[in-house]
Design a protein around this ligand. Structure first.
Ligand code: HEM
Ligand SMILES: [Ca+2]
Length: 791
């Protein structure tokens, strides 16, 4: 079984129980009626259990263990990442998990076949399915623009890639009870090694910087920005959306929403603070998209597609709140000394550290709530907001008579296309290397349309990608940001917007620093700023992102490293022996090893920076995000850019976007590669202009150049741009102009004028046939005419 078969099964996904039984003759055959009866028996029981649990949860709130405000150990406040809509979906998710567990017990369903045997829609559960309202896509089908929430992209599966739909899986989940309990038990029995122990013994073996000699720190930061476009997990909250304190209860294990990270007594760092517990809440459950019973799944609150949703939002309400609703622009904030920043989060909903001395300094709003997580992320968000507004102004100046809505839509379409171009053209090749880029067809074309859209390709973000593989970027994070030629420790830029407003620093300085400094090597080692001081507000009480990644993998039932390696066809020796020994010695059995830890520590693939197992998961995901996206920027069709617009998008580089939207003078030509590398020269921002908006002008293009003079006649052509989104009545007059040329003798005049009339008559009838009116076409027309009408 290879990954391709697993990810794109050819079998009909509505496998019936009978078919399942035929495939696995030894398994118990479930009758529909039996299952239906079991489910209806279980419903009142499960519902009353959920009610009782909610009561207990509320008691945690009433007693002050859970609390409305954010405290020292809540870090980013996981509950703040979760929207009310996700909580609603999760309540159904809980019901589905409960019913599944009941059925598994009652009907003695073997663990390995839970999903197979229960993968069936059941009428009485259908009405609770949060994904049964199929959107009306009649208008979007022919629309030039994506919907804000990603629905109606795939016209056969209109919910694919929409925000608030589940992550899907490459392999079935590995839960302790087969259905929903986090993996905590070794294959040999007994507990798995503690996540914090693996972090302190393996991910922190050296706390020194380990540079990746080729890549800039921007490579790290763009990865984070991109990751916030395509995924946002929903995490548990307490009653009334409160922060859960999984370390605050005397019996945290008794809470199904908690999976606190235990800190061993001999911890090399936290022990000096007598700290024994790190807050960790479980990701919320969701039913599957088809609402069949089965294992616990997790929810993506953002659109799965690369569509700039971290800039614009993944739902209508957010996207509208970020718009000025005039001239197609996005709202801005900032002040006289730091102008043109993102709009201010005046309520400090993100719980940022704000200086008491300056009421002006606030955190920011964007399409993704994590924007304030660190100053480098704020900076890149700001640059893309500015790029949108710059494009909107450029489109408005064309005087096409476009409304605010058309300008917004078109600018958003262009920015989304730029993000895709930067991702596939500049970012991914550095991560995956040339061979894998080619193998999965990830490279953009140099010209023409890409005709590789596959409506059967499911773009949904895979759980193994979100919870493990694409977190490789955590190993690239440096100890500090370079800012105003100083090193600003990472722990001091978490949720701290002050330097964005600093006249000596701000977006320009941080961005320049990102292109000017190295990213760290992708390996088992992670910066102590992430493994000891994540979101730290009080010494000793920061978080550990390596431990969180491991714990998250267990929470999601992410398959084991060995399973993923097999499915990815990865050969055996992909670790340095010393690295493998260090890791495997922490576990009772190699089969227990967590995917994040072993994946991130593999030796890199040729030309790339990650190992073969993560490369396989990541390449496959980006293939699906390209071929499974009807709005992929290189596609032809109703929604397409014109070829000349597409060529303009293809000129985009991250460096040019930086140049256009900051006051930086010099950038590396490729912002992802350090400019000390011979492949990469510094370029001046002086020569970088805005994109050529004339490609978006409605009505006549400028005249093309005159052809050369053939028998005293020359021609020039122009193009009527009536393509979408232009209205159709912009052009009156002809696409051609004819004139005499050369030194014509008087006696020849009448003859030439007659020829011109003859040519004009022909061109008038033919002019609708020409799509591209360039000088070569004109020359061809003229030569042919002269040839056929030789003087
Ligand atoms: C300063 C840098 C970064 C910080 C402080 C940071 C922090 C975090 C935190 C706190 C989480 C949530 C963990 C959990 O509860 O499961 C997370 C998730 C994640 N991070 Fe990062 N991260 C950083 C950079 C990156 C980079 C560079 C990448 C990729 C190239 C990345 C990819 C991811 C992914 C894929 C997730 C899972 C998202 C989800 O759950 O929906 N991060 N990160
Ligand atoms: Ca998105």
């Amino acid at each position: 079984l290879t990954l391709d078969k697993v990810v794109n099964p050819t079998e009909d996904s509505d496998t019936t129980l009978v078919q399942t039984a035929e495939k696995a003759p030894n398994q118990q055959i479930l009758k529909d009626a039996t299952l239906l009866k079991t489910v209806s028996d279980s419903l009142p029981i499960i519902e009353s259990r959920i009610k009782a649990a909610a009561k207990i949860e509320k008691s945690f709130f009433d007693s002050g263990i859970d609390h409305a405000d954010v405290r020292n150990t809540d870090f980013f406040g996981p509950h703040m990442l979760t929207s009310a809509k996700a909580v609603d979906i999760a309540s159904v998710g809980e019901l589905f998990s409960g019913v599944t567990k009941y059925a598994v017990e009652k009907l003695n369903i073997p663990r390995q076949s839970i999903d197979q045997q229960l993968s069936k829609r059941i009428g009485i559960l259908d009405e609770r399915c949060p994904f049964s309202n199929v959107p009306d896509c009649t208008r979007s089908a022919a629309s030039r623009y994506r919907t804000i929430d990603g629905s109606c992209n795939n016209l056969n599966n209109t919910l694919w890639g929409r925000s608030f739909t589940p992550f899907e899986r490459i392999l079935p989940a590995v839960y302790d009870n087969g259905v929903d309990e986090a993996r905590q038990t070794s294959v040999l029995g007994g507990p798995l090694p503690l996540a914090r122990k693996i972090s302190s013994q393996f991910h922190q073996t050296s706390l020194k910087d380990h540079f990746e000699p080729d890549l800039s720190h921007m490579n790290m930061e763009f990865g984070q920005f991109l990751s916030h476009d395509i995924q946002r997990n929903a995490l548990s909250t307490g009653t009334f959306g409160a922060a859960l304190d999984c370390c605050g209860s005397s019996e945290p294990e008794s809470r199904s929403k908690c999976l606190a990270i235990e800190i061993p007594a001999d911890d090399p760092y936290y022990s000096q603070f007598n700290r024994t517990c790190m807050n960790f809440v479980r990701a919320l459950p969701t039913p599957k998209l088809d609402c069949t019973l089965g294992q616990r799944q997790q929810l993506n609150q953002n659109t799965h597609y690369i569509d700039g949703s971290q800039i614009y939002g993944s739902d209508e309400q957010t996207s509208t709140s970020l718009r000025t609703l005039s001239g197609g622009t996005l709202k801005t904030g900032g002040d006289a000394t730091a102008p043109n920043l993102l709009p201010k989060d005046t309520n400090n909903a993100a719980n940022c550290i704000l200086p008491a001395s300056d009421a002006n300094v606030k955190c920011f709003l964007a399409g993704d709530v994590r924007v304030n997580q660190n100053s480098a992320l704020i900076s890149i968000h700001t640059i893309f907001m500015r790029e949108h507004n710059k494009i909107a102004a450029g489109l408005e100046a064309l005087n096409n008579g476009w409304s605010d809505q058309i300008i917004y839509d078109e600018a958003r379409k262009i920015v989304g296309a730029m993000l895709q171009h930067i991702t596939y053209k500049e970012y991914l090749p550095e991560i995956l290397g040339d061979a894998i880029m080619n193998k999965y067809g990830l490279k953009p074309l140099a010209n023409g349309y890409f005709n590789g859209y596959e409506s059967k390709m499911n773009p949904t973000i895979k759980n193994e990608f979100a919870a493990a593989a694409f977190r490789f970027g955590h190993s690239q994070v440096h100890d500090s940001l370079k800012y105003n030629n100083k090193a600003q420790y990472f722990k001091d830029v978490f949720l701290n917007p002050a330097i964005i407003y600093d006249t000596a620093g701000g977006v320009d300085s941080i961005t320049k620093g990102l292109t000017d400094s190295y990213s760290q090597k992708v390996d088992e080692r992670m910066s102590s700023h992430l493994t000891r001081h994540l979101f730290e507000r009080k010494a000793g009480f920061g978080g550990d992102l390596a431990a969180i990644n491991i714990q998250r993998g267990r929470d999601h039932g992410i398959p084991l490293y060995q399973q993923m390696k097999t499915i990815c066809n990865v050969s055996s020796n992909v670790h340095e022996p010393s690295v493998w020994n260090a890791l495997s010695s922490l576990y009772r059995n190699p089969s227990d090893i967590d995917l994040f830890s072993a994946g991130v520590s593999e030796k890199p693939v040729p030309g790339g920076i990650i190992g073969p197992t993560f490369a396989c998961i990541i390449a496959k995901q980006f293939e699906a995000l390209k071929k499974g996206d009807r709005y992929y920027y290189e596609n032809s069709g109703d929604q397409a850019f014109t070829l000349e617009q597409l060529d303009e998008i293809r000129q985009t580089t991250l460096s040019k976007v930086i140049c256009r939207n900051t006051g930086i003078s010099f950038v590396p030509t490729n912002a992802f590669i350090k400019d000390t590398n011979v492949r990469n020269q510094k370029m001046s921002c002086k020569g970088v202009s805005a994109i050529d908006y004339s490609k978006w002008k409605c009505g006549w293009s400028n005249w093309g150049t005159w052809t050369s003079c053939v028998n005293f006649i020359q021609v020039r052509l122009r193009t009527c741009k009536q393509q979408k989104p232009c209205a159709t009545d912009f052009c009156t007059g002809d696409v051609f102009e004819i004139q005499k040329c050369g030194s014509v003798r008087n006696v020849e005049m009448p003859q030439i004028e007659a020829k011109i009339e003859q040519l004009r008559a022909i061109l008038v009838t033919q002019q609708n046939n020409y799509d591209i009116m360039d000088v070569n076409t004109a020359q061809d027309i003229l030569q042919t005419f002269m040839h056929q009408n030789a003087v």
